[in-house]
Design a protein around this ligand. Sequence first.
Ligand code: NAD
Length: 433
Amino acid sequence: MKITIVGTGYVGLVSGTCFAELGHNVLCVDNDERKIKTLKSGKLPIYEPGLQEMVDRNVAAGRLHFTPSIEEGTDFAEVIFIAVGTPPGYRGQANLSYVEQVGRKVAEHMTGYRLLIEKSTVPVNTAEQLKRTVAKYSRQDVAFDVASNPEFLREGSAIEDAMKPDRIVVGIESERAAKLLREVYEPLTKKGAELLEMNIASAELTKHASNSFLAMKISYINAVSRVCELAGADVEQVAHGMGLDSRIGPRFLNAGVGYGGSCFPKDVDAFVHLSDQLGYDFQLLKEVQRVNQSQREHVMQKIQHELWVIQDKTVAVFGLAFKPGTDDIREAPSLYFIPQLLEAKARLKLWDPIAQEKFSEQIPNMDYYQDPIACAKDADLLLILTEWPEVKNMDLAALKKAMRCPVIIDGRNIFTPGEMRKQGFTYHCVGRP
Ligand SMILES: NC(=O)c1ccc[n+]([C@@H]2O[C@H](COP(=O)([O-])OP(=O)(O)OC[C@H]3O[C@@H](n4cnc5c(N)ncnc54)[C@H](O)[C@@H]3O)[C@@H](O)[C@H]2O)c1
């Protein structure tokens, strides 16, 4: 089956490559010519474990192609996925201008039936607007459908998530669209993947409701961690005790510096905004946002308290991306702490195995290290914002020897407090005595 994907970023490139791996013939479109040039030269514009090999294999097999031309993409296939960005707008609402642009361009160029599928995360009822746009800009006699197929992959394990999804959600309103989407996913449903068909608004809402729920779980455990700190309890033990309850489950119960990344912050914002617009004041999610912000401020206070005067102190920071396994720095906690430390005139030394280049595009002229111990050398304080194995498994004796003052603020709770004390560190973490 031929498939076009418009938007070749973290979602578009992974989805397109996985569709090719499943045997489809895929054309990935992106209007960022530099990205397409990079891909055509055999390199990837993003980091995702296992992706390079899969791209190479499918390009070599002639099933995966790249183009900057939306005209070519529109001609190529009946089925067109939209996987462009939907970044936060000026008041928290999703910026849908990229989605609209794709709808318009496809409409202008299509000469036969097309199915436009929202894979980007969009607010409920976006499909209605997309339909109006396509109808307005297309020739009157060309039939089309719009569908929703929200994406649930996680950066860092995106290939596994796309190839073995917990569920595939599709929102459709015509049998023609349903048939095409069933065909797209047949290689997965044949192996037992569950395809849920529902109306378009429900599919759109499922994505925002899911991400907001996960963000809520994180804010919940972070709020619990604050009570733990006051009560002398250990949030890790509390979370473990909670998580074994099958109604609760252990995942997303890690207390820390709060959620970040390209999805949760913007999707919670967009869901709050959309609910407001529809007439529902989603106070619960507003509190989720507040707790998340307050958790970062709380960790910043721990840094402030330890250093007293931040000016001229050397602070090592481990972890620039929002989580391990990705180079994505969008809404990463590092972008909250590093500017504040810079403003307070700390000397910063930074380590991240793959996100340094992306970070330097955002904040230039920083001091990067390839090795965590070298990064921590002569530091007055180490701030941990990642669970990369290089940090979790590091030689603590060497770390202590390297630092000027063995003080650690662990925003990810990766070490055991008692063990760290034994090793001679002043160790502050989140929600543990
Ligand atoms: N990143 C994730 O983990 C993830 C997971 C699930 C859903 N999503 C959602 O998927 C969507 C895409 O996210 P992403 O992380 O892949 O974003 P991204 O920024 O990595 O990729 C978007 C791509 O779209 C391209 N683009 C923008 N306008 C275009 C146009 N008119 N024509 C062609 N290409 C265009 C951009 O150049 C960019 O390469 C967002 O709505 C996001 O919320 C992301």
